[in-house]
Design a protein. Structure first.
Length: 237
């Protein structure tokens, strides 16, 4: 990885791309687990490009053989989900519980193959939009009694919702424009459980970073000239 300005402040997206490079490297046997953990810790503590560069200088970019600094920090093409890089690793959480209170699982975290959440007279938030998954098949079990729970997933995640509402509700809701076909490379997540005198909702929603990326791509497309718009185009009269 190289950077023309090592003092430039690193963004969360750039740190995450470097982390993805490290995850693939340890999966391929290029890094030992202890070195991977040290580099990963340094990645999320890095403030500038100059601190990120040494962490992946000796590693290939995910899916390629070139040094990943420009690729890892400059950005990805296509979907920002990059599902293959988000599958695998140790689970950082396998459950949550709230009693007369609330819990939250969001941002960068790794979902275990089975995640169980309880909310009794309380509420909970499970956000999978930036999450990683320990395995390709994941079951999330949600149970609430006189409480509520919200599960937010990216639009292209393969999700199956199968829960029961007893004097309450359990189901999926999303806007029409947030319903693309599931990505075949994404994990398969089954959300099940029951809500007693409460509610559990599953919503497909893009993250702010993804919305911003799509807006930037649209602006770039609009700024590009249409075929035939060059100086040699002849006017029809």
């Amino acid at each position: 990885m190289t950077s023309e300005n090592p003092d430039m402040r690193a963004s969360d997206a750039e740190r995450e791309r470097v982390a993805e490079t490290l995850r693939e490297a340890v999966a391929e046997g290029r890094l030992e687990m202890d070195e991977f953990e040290q580099r990963l810790d340094a990645t999320f503590k890095a403030r500038t490009h100059g601190e990120l560069v040494p962490l992946v200088r000796d590693l290939p970019a995910p899916g390629g053989s070139a040094a990943p600094v420009a690729g890892a920090v400059a950005g990805r093409k296509g979907s920002s989900a990059d599902w293959p890089a988000r599958i695998g690793g140790h689970a950082t959480s396998t459950g949550a519980f709230a009693f007369w209170g609330g819990f939250s699982r969001k941002g960068r975290w790794t979902v275990g193959p089975k995640f169980t959440a309880f909310a009794v007279w309380g509420g909970g938030e499970i956000d999978l939009r930036e999450a990683h998954f320990a395995e390709r098949e994941v079951v999330i079990r949600c149970f609430t009694i006189m409480g509520g729970m919200q599960v937010t997933v990216p639009p292209d995640l393969n999700v199956e919702v199968n829960g029961i509402g007893i004097m309450g509700g359990f189901g999926e809701h999303s806007k029409h424009d947030e319903e693309p076909e599931p990505d075949p490379h994404s994990p398969r997540v089954r959300i099940t459980g029951f809500a007693l005198m409460g509610g559990i909702g599953v919503e497909r929603k893009r993250s702010k970073a993804e919305k911003r990326r799509l807006q930037e791509e649209q602006v770039r497309r609009l700024a590009q000239p249409e075929p035939g718009d060059g100086p040699g185009r002849k006017e029809l009269g």
